[in-house]
Design a protein around this ligand. Structure first.
Ligand SMILES: Cc1cc2nc3c(=O)[nH]c(=O)nc-3n(C[C@H](O)[C@H](O)[C@H](O)COP(=O)(O)OP(=O)(O)OC[C@H]3O[C@@H](n4cnc5c(N)ncnc54)[C@H](O)[C@@H]3O)c2cc1C
Length: 383
C-alpha cells in the first residue's frame, strides 16, 4: 500500500476510498474534458461539473458535516486530489473556496455567515475569489490601499484589486481592505466579503501572455458593503489573511502527480523523438528530476502528516513551494530546449504548461519571498 508509488503506508479503509474514487472518476469524468473556464460557457460548464462532484460527495471531503462537507479526514482529501489529478479531471474553479476561503470562514466567520455562504460554496452556486493583491501591494501585502470607511451599518469601499483568479465570473470576493490609517500597516486591515454584483464594482478581464483571460482587475467605487459581511473583527484582517494563506500553502498532493505526468511525458518524448546518441545526457537530467520528484512527494506527505497532527503550515511550506515550482520550471524548460519552440505554439497544452509553470514561482508568494522566509526562519540567517 503506497501513496502514488512511494512507501507511505495508507490504511486499508483509505485505500478502499481510493478505489471508490477511481471507479467514480472513470465513470463520470466528462469525456473530452470541458470548455475553457476563462469563457462564460466554459465557466458555467465547470460550475455544473462542481455540482456533480458535490452531489457525489466529493466537494469539501474533509469539511465537517455541520458545514455541509463530507466529514472525511485530510487523507481522504489528499487521496481524492491525487486520483483526480491522475485522471486529469477538469480544473477546479472552487479550489480557492474549498481549499482556503471556506476553511478561513469556518475559523473566523459568524455562524450566520457560515450558514449563508459555506453550503453555496460547496455546491458552486456561488464562486468566490481572493482579493488581496493590488498594483502596489503584492509581496508587501501590508501595503494594501483599498479603503473601507464605516458609514452606519455599512462600509463604503474605494480602490482596486488585481490578479484576481476567476474574478471575471466569480460572485464574491474575499477582500483585504484598509480600515485604519496607512501608517497602521498590518493593524489597519480588515477582511470583507464583497458581492461582485454590487453597484460600483467593475470587473475588467486581464489578458495573459498565453492569451487567456481568467484573471481580472476589480475596481470599487463607492461600493456599499453591509457591516455584517465583515469577516473577523475590524483591524483583524492581517490575522485572517495570514490564516487564509497558511491554508493556501498547505500540502497539495495533486502537485507531485502533475509533476510526475510532466516528467513521464517528457521521458516518453525523449525515447520516441531523439536520436539514441542524444539520450544518455538527457537521461541524467531526467533521473535527477525523478529524484527531486520523489523528495517533493515525500515532503508533501510529511507536511500532510504534520497538519493532521494539528501543526499549522510553517516555514517548511515555503521550502516545498520553492522546490516544487522550480522542478516544474526545469521540466518544461528542458522540454522546450530539447524540442524547440514548435510545441510551444499558441494554445497547445505545452504552451499553456510552459507559462503556467512560470506562474508557480509567483502566486501564493514569490520564489524570492520564499527564499527570504527560508533564510530567516529555517536557517536563522541575519536579515
Ligand atoms: C497565477 C497567479 C494567480 C494569482 N491569483 C491571485 C488571486 O486570486 N488573488 C490575489 O489577491 N492575488 C493573486 N495573485 C497575485 C500574487 O499573489 C502576486 O503576484 C504575488 O504576491 C507577487 O506580488 P506582485 O505581483 O505585486 O510582485 P511584487 O511584490 O511587486 O514583486 C516584484 C518582484 O520583486 C521581488 N520582491 C518583492 N519583495 C521582495 C523582497 N522583500 N525580497 C526579495 N525580492 C522581493 C518579487 O519576488 C518579484 O520578483 C496571483 C498571481 C499569479 C501569478
Amino acid at each position: 500500500m503506497t501513496a502514488a508509488g512511494m512507501a507511505v503506508p495508507i490504511p486499508p479503509a483509505h485505500e478502499a476510498f481510493r478505489a471508490q474514487v477511481r471507479e467514480w472518476l472513470a465513470a463520470h469524468l466528462p469525456p473530452g474534458g470541458l470548455p475553457d473556464p476563462d469563457t462564460e460557457e466554459g465557466f458555467r460548464a465547470h460550475q455544473a461539473w462542481e455540482r456533480t462532484l458535490h452531489d457525489a460527495g466529493y466537494a469539501g471531503i474533509s469539511w465537517p458535516r455541520e458545514h455541509g462537507g463530507a466529514g472525511g479526514d485530510l487523507l481522504h482529501e489528499a487521496i481524492f486530489t491525487e486520483e483526480y489529478e491522475r485522471a486529469r479531471g477538469p480544473v477546479r474553479i472552487t479550489r480557492p473556496s474549498l481549499r482556503f476561503l471556506g476553511p478561513t470562514l469556518m475559523r473566523f466567520g459568524t455562524p450566520d455567515q457560515q450558514r449563508r455562504w459555506l453550503p453555496r460554496m460547496l455546491r458552486a452556486e456561488d464562486v468566490w475569489s481572493q482579493g488581496f493583491s493590488e498594483p502596489e501591494a503584492g509581496s508587501d501585502l501590508a501595503g494594501v490601499r483599498t479603503r473601507a470607511t464605516r458609514s452606519g451599518d455599512e462600509y463604503v469601499v474605494e480602490g482596486q484589486k488585481t490578479w484576481t483568479t476567476y474574478g471575471r465570473f466569480a460572485d464574491w470576493i474575499f477582500g483585504l481592505v484598509r480600515t485604519g490609517s496607512a501608517g497602521d500597516r498590518h493593524r489597519g486591515l480588515t477582511c470583507l466579503a464583497i458581492d461582485l454584483r454590487s453597484p460600483g464594482v467593475e470587473v475588467r478581464p486581464v489578458r495573459q501572455v498565453h492569451g487567456r483571460t481568467g484573471f481580472a482587475e476589480v475596481f470599487f467605487s463607492g461600493v456599499r458593503v453591509p457591516a455584517d459581511q465583515r469577516i473577523g473583527g475590524e483591524g483583524e484582517g492581517w490575522t485572517v489573511a495570514m490564516t487564509l494563506l497558511s491554508f493556501e500553502r498547505g500540502p497539495d498532493t495533486g502537485g507531485p502527480v502533475r509533476s510526475e505526468q510532466r516528467l513521464a511525458a517528457l521521458a516518453s518524448d525523449v525515447l520516441a523523438d531523439l536520436p539514441p546518441d542524444a539520450v544518455p545526457g538527457v537521461r541524467r537530467e531526467l533521473g535527477e528530476a525523478a529524484a527531486r520528484l520523489y523528495a517533493y512527494r515525500a515532503h508533501t506527505y510529511r507536511r500532510l502528516t504534520a497538519q493532521w497532527g494539528g501543526e499549522p503550515a510553517g516555514a517548511d511550506s515555503s521550502l516545498v513551494k520553492l522546490f516544487s515550482s522550480q522542478l516544474d520550471v526545469d521540466l518544461v524548460t528542458l522540454g522546450a530546449d530539447l524540442f524547440g519552440d514548435a510545441r510551444l505554439g499558441g494554445g497547445t497544452p505545452e504552451h499553456l504548461d510552459y507559462w503556467h509553470s512560470r506562474a508557480g514561482r509567483i502566486y501564493g508568494g514569490t520564489a524570492e519571498v520564499q527564499h527570504n522566509v527560508v533564510a530567516d526562519r529555517i536557517l536563522g540567517l541575519p536579515r
